[in-house]
Design a protein around this ligand. Structure first.
Ligand code: AMP
Length: 283
């Protein structure tokens, strides 16, 4: 497995693969890898000829009061997981090369970036869209793989790739969960045993809402109330029902929707969501 540190080396590596007629699949991450990341890597490994992982804790998506400095970094284990899955290369850019002195260019995706996570993290999607653009410009993949767990992030990146004619297919992979339902996240490492138990109310509430959706409930307020009640033991940031593409709030389920939650559990800010397409609207 090749370890690559600069954008120019990364581009040369990918161009050589493409010249040989291979497709390049790409999985961008911030490291502290878990089975959620592994599922994206396995998908790239299975579908593309050459599979690239990036590990970069991106400073521009963290606010000044957020956890950039203490974000978990587990480089040795990350590398071992990538080798085990059979990735061909890991791109590990240096923060000073990514954002040199005088850096001034940012990508802003309007509309889909509003609401939900933007309300408490106003800087977040600007940082994500910018770093993903830079990573895509270095890796030049045919396909890039993202997790549905970060549902608004997927919508932002899909919109950006389409609007900027990036010529990359954005593949959205299902959320990987712990056996008890908790969505896997690098930030779960922050949870104490007691907090880990309380954190379960996010997925449990969403699953309860899914059962109501399956039973025919289409009223937004009823679904939001149900989820909020289930999350009484944590500090709710938001509970929202939005259109799955535009991220605009909806008060009734009439097409594909995302029911999304964010909450503080101890010091960890956790997010989770479910997607739902009413059978009467499917196909
Ligand atoms: P991160 O390292 O947290 O920035 O995540 C890197 C990629 O892995 C993003 O596309 C995430 O959506 C995805 N990801 C994180 N957690 C999960 C999960 N539990 N299931 C599926 N994908 C995930």
């Amino acid at each position: 497995m090749k370890l690559i540190h600069t954008a120019s080396e990364m581009r040369a590596w990918s161009l050589a693969r493409k010249a040989a007629g291979q497709t390049v699949g790409f999985v961008p991450t911030m490291g502290a890898l878990h089975e959620g990341h592994a599922s994206l890597m396995r998908a790239a490994r299975a579908r593309d000829d050459a599979a690239v992982l990036s590990v970069f804790v991106n400073p521009t998506q963290f606010g000044p009061e957020e956890d950039y400095d203490r974000y978990p970094r587990t480089w040795e284990a990350d590398q071992a997981m990538a080798v085990d899955i059979g990735m061909d290369a890991i791109y590990v850019p240096d923060a000073r090369e990514m954002y040199p002195e005088g850096y001034a260019t940012y990508v802003m995706v309007e509309g889909v970036s509003s609401g939900l996570c933007s309300r408490t993290r106003p800087h977040f999607f600007r940082g994500v869209a910018t770093v993903v653009t830079k990573l895509l410009n270095a890796v030049l993949p045919d396909r890039a793989y993202f997790g549905q767990k970060d549902g608004q992030q997927c919508a932002v990146i899909r919109r950006m790739a389409r609007d900027l004619d990036m010529g990359v297919e954005i593949v959205e992979m299902p959320t990987v969960r712990e056996p008890d339902g908790l969505a896997m996240s690098s930030r779960n490492k922050y949870l104490s045993a007691e907090e880990r138990k309380r954190a379960l109310c996010l997925s449990r509430s969403l699953f309860a809402a899914r059962a109501r959706l399956d039973a025919g409930e289409r009223d937004g307020a009823a679904l939001l109330d149900l989820v909020r009640e289930g999350m009484a033991g944590v500090t709710i940031d938001y509970v929202e029902l939005v259109d799955a593409d535009s991220m605009c709030p909806v008060d009734r389920v009439r097409g594909r929707v995302m029911l999304a939650v964010a909450a503080l559990v101890g010091n960890a800010r956790l997010i989770d969501n479910i997607m739902f397409t009413p059978p009467e609207c499917a196909g």
